[in-house]
Design a protein around this ligand. Structure first.
Ligand code: ZN
Length: 482
């Protein structure tokens, strides 16, 4: 698709807000910057001493590679290394993270003179469940072995203690994989700032108004924070009928028509039918005195703080870079005003105050990264009766290849003649299998293979094109990292 075909476009649109939050109408005018300034997924660049430089356009990278001034250094994420150049100008660069339980969004945003621009994005899928299953099976195997072989051993299941701040391995794996990716990106990009979404809502701002009684009609951002707060406080369901996964409306416990205030302590969440049915009654009259009581109690700090996120925050502090903290309410607000669709990587782009105006190319494609681990330790494979069938050798690498490597097989003759790109499964005999996106070809000799990317515990795919709406504002409102 030619990028030039959609320069300077102007599309007005109306943003439809979530129920019960004041409507906003944003007229967007997108003016793409002139010159060589397209923001697709950029290519990471290293100088000849392997020092990271500002990522460049794919077109520029192609030029450099073609003219022989650079070579490919790394495939995922795509990185080139310049043969001659040393050093170069760099701008402030921020890695932004939106941690999720299944998938974490990662974005690399550069502060150009013209404004903030997303130059690279990824979606990292964790393997928490896989780790849980792995530990469970290990526990069961060990238990079986103990009862078979160590029946008279003294009990010692309870002889370990957990350090402070201990988290389950499945949760820690999320922290570790994110840390790994921040480290990796720091190798390829001259990162100066970090940002992450730490809490669901602004705890300080929310707990104080419960006590001091600040109205929630304080602007749009405040509305988003209030909403996140109420969702947390009332357990993400309708307080009256308990229904889940339906749009919830912000509801006045004592109706405004009866003198109820806009204070946070007078608000709750209800589904549309309940809200209608309740009408002009107070919660008490509607038969829910408990709601009235609960609403008065401020939510405890602890319930809004997610242990895994705090751990991640502590871990990120180890990088000794300024970290910008965002709330979930702020992320949603930023996404709504820029009218970006809900994806993990766009949430990452929208994290924090600096996420308010970030340019994202219309057809930006994130890298989809899936943590898959590095194999298992099982030494014997049983047959269907449970008897040992094959013993694994103490070797993973055969003829320079390991199962899971990305490789290209160029078969020059025979029935399987052709070019195949995919994942290798090695065999000691040297007759490998290769799995391409379409099928698996068996029994190709190792000498036809060439490595593209060594197995590193992750699978990679190209993400969906974003197909973004036009961003707000004219040109680039300038924002800076703090
Ligand atoms: Zn309801």
């Amino acid at each position: 698709m030619g990028v030039g075909t959609r320069l300077i476009t102007s599309v007005p649109f109306t943003y439809k807000p979530p129920d019960n939050i004041d409507a906003v109408t944003v007229t967007a005018v997108r003016r793409e910057p002139k010159g060589n300034f397209h923001f697709m997924q950029r290519v990471f660049v290293l100088d000849k001493n392997k020092e990271p430089l500002i990522p460049c356009n794919p077109a520029r990278a192609r030029q450099l590679l073609k003219s022989g001034k650079a070579t490919v250094y790394h495939r995922y994420p795509f990185t080139i290394i310049l043969k001659d150049r040393e050093g170069g100008n760099t701008q402030p660069i921020q890695i932004k993270i939106d941690p999720g339980s299944q998938t974490t969004g990662i974005a690399v945003v550069v502060e150009f003179k013209r404004g903030l621009c997303c130059v690279w994005a990824g979606e990292l899928t964790h393997r928490g469940q896989q780790i849980r299953d792995g530990l469970l099976s290990r526990r069961q195997l060990r238990r079986g072995r103990r009862t078979r072989k160590l029946r008279y051993r003294k009990a010692r299941f309870d002889n370990r203690n957990r350090p402070d701040g201990w988290l389950a391995p499945s949760l820690m794996s999320r922290v570790y994989t994110i840390e790994t990716w921040v480290k990796r990106l720091m190798r390829y990009v001259p990162v100066t700032h970090l940002a992450m979404e730490l809490v669901k809502f602004d705890i300080q701002a929310m707990v104080n108004p419960e006590i001091s009684g600040v109205d929630y009609q304080q602007g749009e951002l405040w509305g988003y924070e209030v909403r996140e707060y109420l969702l947390e406080k009332f357990g993400r369901k309708c307080v009256y009928c308990g229904i889940k996964d339906v749009p919830l409306e912000i509801e006045h416990i004592v109706p405004k028509s009866r003198g109820g205030s806009n204070r946070v302590s007078n608000l709750t969440l209800a589904c549309h039918p309940c809200n209608q049915q309740k009408g002009n009654q107070t919660a008490d009259e509607f038969g829910h005195p408990n709601v009235q009581r609960l609403a008065k109690l401020p939510l405890k700090d602890a319930s809004a703080v997610n242990a895994t996120r705090w751990k991640l925050y502590e871990t990120l502090q180890g990088f000794r870079l300024p970290i910008e903290i965002g709330t979930g309410g702020r992320t949603k607000y930023n996404r709504a005003v820029q009218n970006y669709p809900k994806t993990h990587w766009l949430d990452a782009v929208c994290v924090g105050e600096s996420g308010q105006v970030v340019f994202v190319s219309l057809n930006h494609q994130p890298l989809v990264i899936k943590a898959v681990g590095r194999g298992n330790r099982q030494m014997t494979k049983p047959d269907k009766y449970g008897f040992p069938r094959a013993t694994r050798q103490r070797k993973k690498v055969y003829f320079g290849f390991q199962t899971g490597d990305m490789a290209k097989a160029r078969v020059t003759s025979g029935k399987k003649e052709g070019i195949y790109v995919g994942k290798v499964a090695v065999r000691a005999s040297g007759s490998f299998n290769i799995t391409t996106p379409t099928d698996t070809i068996q029994g190709i000799n190792h000498r036809f293979f060439k490595t593209i990317h060594k197995s590193d515990g992750y699978n990679y795919m190209k993400g969906e094109q974003a197909l973004l709406p036009m961003p707000k504002g004219r040109g680039f409102p300038r924002l800076k990292f703090r």
